[in-house]
Write a protein that binds this ligand. Structure first.
Ligand code: PEP
Length: 251
């Protein structure tokens, strides 16, 4: 399976800066056998697309989408609107949205399903908080988040990605030990197998996110069952993210 690396700018880089990042990143020497995407704020999609032109590397990703295709949903953006920019992936359920904005498993599931219907690959973010770790409920929390999302997916054939992102690791400089990430990925893969079948589970992409940088990416992508990474802080500088991509796949 090809490794997938997704840069997540979070709420950085409006349209004035987005094009510069894309142009600088495209000057980087990038491994051919990686899939690379960049998740930009909605308002920066047009600028990022304009700088990419017809180029498909990096693929364009969004950071959120609503579940309806149009209607009286002030402030929301639909999957079909994202398609107009050639968006191929869209994050849903990032922990910052779950924790700061109260997104529930049900909302995340509806968003993931709507993206699949539109032909955009949902990148469903799941992960436990520090409090969950203290209470020994990591597996329980993960299973609940994953099964809620899986219940809404069309079928096992339409692509989807899970991003395992332990909340305590995001932006903290405390990367999750690869062995622990491996265990979490196994929990997610088993849930996929139960919902669909072992073929779907084997082919499902599950990526890791949480304080990934150019120094630790190699450890993650060489860990069984870890199929890539979602990268926040270390993606803000296009040259640092370029180095991270080369380190992930030095071939
Ligand atoms: C993220 O934003 O999804 C993330 C993993 O952030 P960071 O790499 O900064 O921990």
């Amino acid at each position: 399976m090809r490794t997938l690396l997704i840069a997540n700018w979070k709420m950085h880089y409006g349209p004035m800066k987005a094009g510069g990042w894309v142009r600088a990143f495209r000057r980087e020497r990038l491994p051919k056998d990686l899939d690379i995407a960049v998740a930009v704020p909605h308002v920066s999609l047009a600028a990022a697309r304009a700088s990419l032109g017809r180029a498909s590397i990096p693929a364009l990703a969004a950071q959120d989408a609503f579940w309806s295709s149009e209607g009286a949903f002030t402030g929301e953006i639909s999957p079909s609107m994202l398609l107009e920019f050639g968006v191929q992936y869209c994050l849903v359920g990032h922990s910052e949205r779950r924790l700061l904005l109260g997104e529930t498993d049900e909302m995340v599931a509806r968003k993931a399903a709507a993206l699949q219907v539109a032909g955009i690959i949902p990148v469903i973010c799941v992960g436990e908080t520090e409090a969950n770790v203290k209470k020994g409920e990591v597996a329980k929390v993960l299973r609940a988040q994953v099964s809620a999302a899986l219940a809404s997916l069309k079928d096992g054939k339409t692509p989807f990605v899970f991003a395992y992102e332990p909340v305590w690791s995001i932006g903290s400089g405390k990367p999750c030990p690869p062995q622990k990430a491996k265990e979490a990925h196994e929990i997610i893969r088993t849930a996929i197998q139960k919902k669909f079948n072992s073929g779907v589970a084997e082919n499902a992409r599950i990526i890791y996110g949480g304080s990934v940088d150019a120094n630790n990416i190699a450890e993650y992508v060489s860990t069984t069952g870890v199929n890539g990474a979602l990268v926040g802080g270390a993606s803000l500088d296009p040259r640092v993210f370029g180095l991270l991509c080369r380190t992930a796949n030095p071939a």
